[in-house]
Ligand binder design. Structure first.
Ligand code: UD2
Ligand code: MN
Length: 465
């Protein structure tokens, strides 16, 4: 069926659609060769072999510089070793389980081509999958590009074409998900359905990147373990540090999506995932990390280790603030209204506001700042609530001298609304001229007194963490 130029030429191969202007004569195009990096841990041998064979069969010979297989300490070393006899295949074996991030970095470090192409160990590359990826990266090395990921049915290995009007996204739980394009974007693409799709996130497993750009960008966070979180991290990093992410509709690679991990998770999958995700959030998300913690409170109790090297990298590369990403790359992601973005301690000299372990109806005290959160962790949100976990500071009556109390937050209630005045150094009730004052803290706790900017006992510094 012939349709003009860029419009879809509906050659149905299996069940997916090939676009007419994907069928250009790639043979005349000079493109750089790539190293293909595949890491695996206890992969089914047939799936691994199928991946490798499809790379060779579906790619022009000169474009494949080598395939580097990183065996991440699979139980049977021969899984990888037997494949080393294939021309251009190199096998590296870790002598302990490293996880996919360190394994990919090991493979990338050992590679010798200008371009890196990462694949999972259970893929099937499709016709002309590689050229459109190489073309985009050869034109501009700051582009990081991914194919459309088709689905290989995990029960019968049937190849099923995936939709081409989706992109990678996430919710505030920081779990990768596919997002449908807006109707407006679908409409805009009607005349040019093969144009690259700018995507906030890549799924993570299948992508092409210039090697020197990968190195310059800081490879992966090698303090992440096993699986998870690295796709969000590299996506944030690429966008914020002056690159871009694209899905290339002319390139298709099948992938076996599995219902569960066919391997163990040293440390427990929930903990490892939360730890990796926290590392990404702490480095890249600025104050928006609190939206993740509000959504997945349990993650706050998982330690995330030292991130100083990654913060240094962010500084060195002069990366943008996360707000830029939300405004320019992923405006579809809603920032929930009235959620606290300011978290930290509230200081007066060396002392900090402290719940003193009190709960609802308790008073608020002062204690030496200990910098470890806990009872000294406060948040202040747009709706005026000044809170510790789900307890808010409430003004029980509007008479001067009233002892302030903690109460379960009912955010609309006016007794719990505060504003910062006087260079943000004083907390004033929104409706009355009463400010939080510490002069009687020893005998009764914090109280509300007429605002007086000369009173030292009304001066507070919100130190954001
Ligand atoms: C998706 C990505 C995957 C990775 C992951 C988040 C796709 C298609 N897949 O999950 O690449 O970004 O999200 O982390 O985008 N592996 C090791 N060592 C390990 C664990 C896994 O080498 O300790 C290998 C594994 O054999 C596979 C690859 O890493 O080749 C990705 O693992 P997966 O296939 O279980 O991840 P997937 O597809 O569920
Ligand atoms: Mn996979």
């Amino acid at each position: 069926m012939m349709v003009i130029n860029t419009v879809v030429l509906s050659i149905i191969c299996g069940s997916f659609v090939v676009y007419s202007n994907c069928l250009k004569d790639w043979n005349n195009q000079r493109l750089p060769a790539t190293s293909v990096i595949i890491t695996f841990h206890n992969e089914a041998r047939s799936a691994l072999l199928r991946t490798i064979i499809s790379v060779f069969r579906k790619s022009r010979e000169e474009l494949i510089h080598e395939i580097i297989l990183v065996d991440d300490f699979s139980d049977d070393p021969s899984d990888g070793l037997e494949l080393a006899v294939i021309q251009k295949v190199k096998v590296l074996r870790n002598n302990k389980r490293e996880g996919l991030m360190r394994s990919r970095v090991r493979g990338a470090d050992a590679s010798t081509a200008e371009i890196l192409t990462f694949l999972d160990s259970h893929c099937e590359c499709n016709v002309n999958w590689l050229e459109p990826l190489l073309e985009r990266v050869a034109e501009d090395k700051t582009r990081v590009v991914s194919p459309i990921i088709d689905v290989i049915n995990m029960d019968n290995f049937e190849y099923i074409g995936a939709a081409s009007d989706i992109k990678g996204g996430f919710g505030w739980n920081l779990v990768f998900k596919w997002d449908y394009m807006s109707a407006e974007e679908i409409k805009r693409r009607e005349n040019n359905p093969t144009a690259p799709i700018r995507t906030p996130l890549i799924a993570g497993g299948l992508f092409t990147i210039n090697k020197s750009w990968f190195n310059q960008l800081g490879k992966y966070d090698t303090k992440m373990d096993v699986w998870g979180g690295e796709n969000i991290e590299i996506s944030f990093r690429v966008w914020l540090c002056h690159g871009s992410l694209e899905i290339i509709p002319c390139s298709r690679v099948g992938h076996v999506f599995r219902k569960q991990h066919p391997y163990t998770f040293p440390g427990g999958s929930g903990i490892v995932f939360a730890r990796n995700t926290r590392r990404a959030a702490e480095v890249w998300m600025d104050e928006y990390k609190h939206l993740y913690y509000n959504t997945v409170p349990s993650s706050k109790y998982v330690s995330f280790g030292d991130i100083s090297e990654r913060l240094d990298l962010k500084k060195k590369l002069k990366c943008r603030p996360f707000k830029w990403f939300l405004e320019n790359v992923y405006p579809e992601l809603e920032v929930p209204p009235n959620q606290a973005l300011l978290y930290g301690m509230i200081k007066q000299g060396e002392m900090c506001m402290d719940t003193m372990g009190h709960f609802a109806d308790g008073s608020i005290g002062l204690f030496h700042c200990h910098n470890s959160g806990g009872n000294q962790e406060w948040s202040f949100s747009e709706d005026g609530s000044l809170r510790h976990l789900d307890l808010c500071i409430v003004l029980p009556s509007n008479t001067a001298g009233t002892v302030l109390e903690l109460a379960h937050c009912t955010p609309t209630h006016h007794s719990m609304k505060w504003i910062q005045i006087h260079n943000k150094n004083m907390f004033k009730h929104r409706s009355y001229n009463l400010c939080i004052d510490s002069r009687d803290v020893q005998s009764q706790g914090l109280i509300a007194l007429p605002c007086d900017e000369t009173a030292r006992t009304q001066q507070w510094k919100f130190i954001i963490n």
